[in-house]
Design a protein around this ligand. Structure first.
Ligand code: FPP
Length: 253
């Protein structure tokens, strides 16, 4: 009896046949992580980059089909210039350093956001990353840079409105699928699980259309402290939920 009390509780494992197909991450808390250590905010972003690498590796190994991360929002331009410059440079640094490994791991790189407005250097690195991984058939890794969901929705609406005006499209044919095909996430599976770190419980203009039926998971951990164990906790939590998609019964597909 007494011994039983000290027996290690059996750990619950991720169920491989009920994996979320597409996980989106709001990588929040880098600044606070750094401040707690008396470091500059950029040190938090640097550390956050390491967490991202771990997530790519673990999700790919688990068999997740797609992950999308919020690296820079359309609102982030209002941050101090130094921080903006750092955040603008970070994806390029990672692409240059890790692209061969990403290629080898059969990961396909993808970007969403208003890429045209980015510095030329970053546009070039993005093009290279897309080009070099375009034949890969494994997990799709999407980085949202200069992304804002409301602007994405307006952009899609304008495109469709123009098609209607030009009589290339009739109003009756505007379906959910058609609208989705005009979004930057075209071709990606719906987001099953959205994870936000750092204790903030909001969406912050990220993938508003795409998360219509997502399960939401919030954790107090700062992004640089998020890791494989925390990810698995989130997935196990997701797997315990009863997804109804507006119906009465059902479970995770
Ligand atoms: C939010 O934390 C984080 C960001 C705006 C940037 C996220 C970027 C990375 C994790 C770097 C890696 C990215 C790539 C693509 C290599 P915050 O600064 O708002 O934190 P705070 O709320 O604590 O201030």
């Amino acid at each position: 009896m007494i011994l039983n009390r000290f027996k290690k509780k059996k750990e619950i494992e991720v169920e491989k046949d009920k994996l979320p197909q597409h996980i989106a991450f709001i990588m929040d808390g880098n600044g606070r992580w750094a401040r707690r250590r008396g470091l500059p905010r950029t040190a938090g972003h640097h550390e956050g980059g390491k967490t991202l690498l771990e997530m790519i590796k673990v999700c790919n190994e688990l068999g997740v089909k797609a992950i999308t991360v919020y690296a820079f929002s359309t609102e982030n331009w209002s941050r101090p210039k130094d921080e903006v410059n750092y955040l603008m440079d970070l994806p390029s640094q990672y692409i240059n350093k890790y692209l061969p490994k990403i290629k080898e791991a059969n990961i396909k790189m993808n970007f969403i956001g208003f890429i045209d407005q980015l510095p030329d250097k970053m546009k070039y690195d993005i093009e290279v990353a897309i080009e070099q991984t375009k034949h890969n058939t494994g997990m799709v890794f999407t980085i949202a840079i200069n992304y804002g969901s409301q602007d994405e929705l307006i952009h899609a609406t304008k495109q469709i409105a123009q098609e209607v005006k030009d009589e290339k499209m009739s109003i009756e044919d505007i379906t959910k699928d058609y609208f989705s095909s005009k979004l930057m996430t075209k071709g990606l599976p719906d987001v099953d699980l959205l994870i936000r770190t750092s204790g903030e419980i909001r969406i912050s203009n990220f993938l508003l259309w795409q998360i219509s039926y997502s399960e939401l998971y919030f954790t107090n951990k700062y992004w640089p402290d998020f890791n494989e164990k925390e990810l698995k906790k989130a997935i196990i939590d997701y797997q315990s939920r009863n997804r109804r998609f507006g119906g009465l019964k059902g479970e995770i597909k």
